[in-house]
Design a protein around this ligand. Structure first.
Ligand SMILES: [Zn+2]
Ligand SMILES: [Zn+2]
Length: 254
């Protein structure tokens, strides 16, 4: 399985608008981060997790040739703003794209992007909307995935596991049930928005991640969805050898 981190940034990207870098050193290209998105390539199929505001650029920059399905973690704009480009994407690749979201997230998509659901968008016929279970196994394009939910602000964010790889996007806690899905992992890719600076803002930080990984013990933990407060080198210094920091374009073979 090949995993590409298409975007390693938090909701505001890095640099943020008006070239604001906060702690991140502008001279390190690994601090240039687009909004969080991940591509899993397995069994000849391409699965995109989240389609944010840089969807088009990320697909083009990484020369991604196809998308068979898109899994949406939750309804915040940094994870969904690229969805209206999917009808055109489907037309350009010449086959339908499955879009999976939990019932809660699907309800949000239906109100945010109503024109994709009411027939106003003629190319929207290329999209196949599918409801994700809140917790359990599902099959997309012949590939088996597990999904489960983690709390994030007042909503629930869907996380995904495929074989021994798991991706947990925005989260503030990992309940017992989530930990059950995260045993025996080769690679855990997880949101670490706050890095070395814990904050009560619905997101993960290094301290919390160290706590949970000491329980589930993945072979490798990769931190992503990093805000502009997270400087690549400063944070890397604090990481043991089983941790890595994601960057845009990072490829992980699992
Ligand atoms: Zn986010
Ligand atoms: Zn979010």
């Amino acid at each position: 399985m090949k995993v590409t981190v298409l975007g390693s940034g938090s909701a505001y990207g890095c640099p943020m608008v008006f070239n604001k870098w906060r702690n991140a050193n502008p001279s390190n290209p690994k601090n240039i981060r687009s909004r969080a998105s991940v591509l899993i390539e397995t069994q000849g199929k391409y699965f995109l997790i989240d389609a944010g505001p840089e969807f088009r650029q990320q697909i083009n920059d990484n020369n991604i040739p196809d998308i068979n399905a898109v899994f949406i973690t939750h309804g915040h704009y940094d994870h969904i703003a690229g969805i209206p480009e999917l009808p055109r994407a489907s037309k350009n690749i010449g086959h339908p794209i499955e879009i999976w979201a939990s019932q809660e997230t699907m309800n949000e998509l239906k109100s945010t992007f109503y024109y994709l659901f009411n027939g106003e968008e003629p190319e929207g016929v290329g999209l196949q909307w599918k409801i994700l279970p809140n917790d359990g196994v599902f099959e997309s394009c012949g590939v088996r995935f597990e999904t489960f939910q983690v709390p994030h602000h007042s909503l629930r964010c869907s996380a995904f596991r495929c074989e021994d790889f798991a991706y947990v996007a925005d989260w503030q806690d990992l309940p017992e049930q989530a930990l059950g899905h995260l045993q025996d992992l080769d690679v855990l890719l997880i949101e670490c928005n706050n890095g070395l600076y814990p904050e009560v803002n619905g997101h993960g930080d290094l301290e919390k991640i160290k706590h949970f990984t000491s329980i589930i013990k993945p072979q490798k933990t990769i931190l992503t969805h990093l805000s502009a407060r997270v400087d690549f080198e400063e944070t890397k210094k604090e990481l043991s050898t089983s941790f890595e920091l994601a960057f845009d374009g990072m490829i992980v073979n699992v």
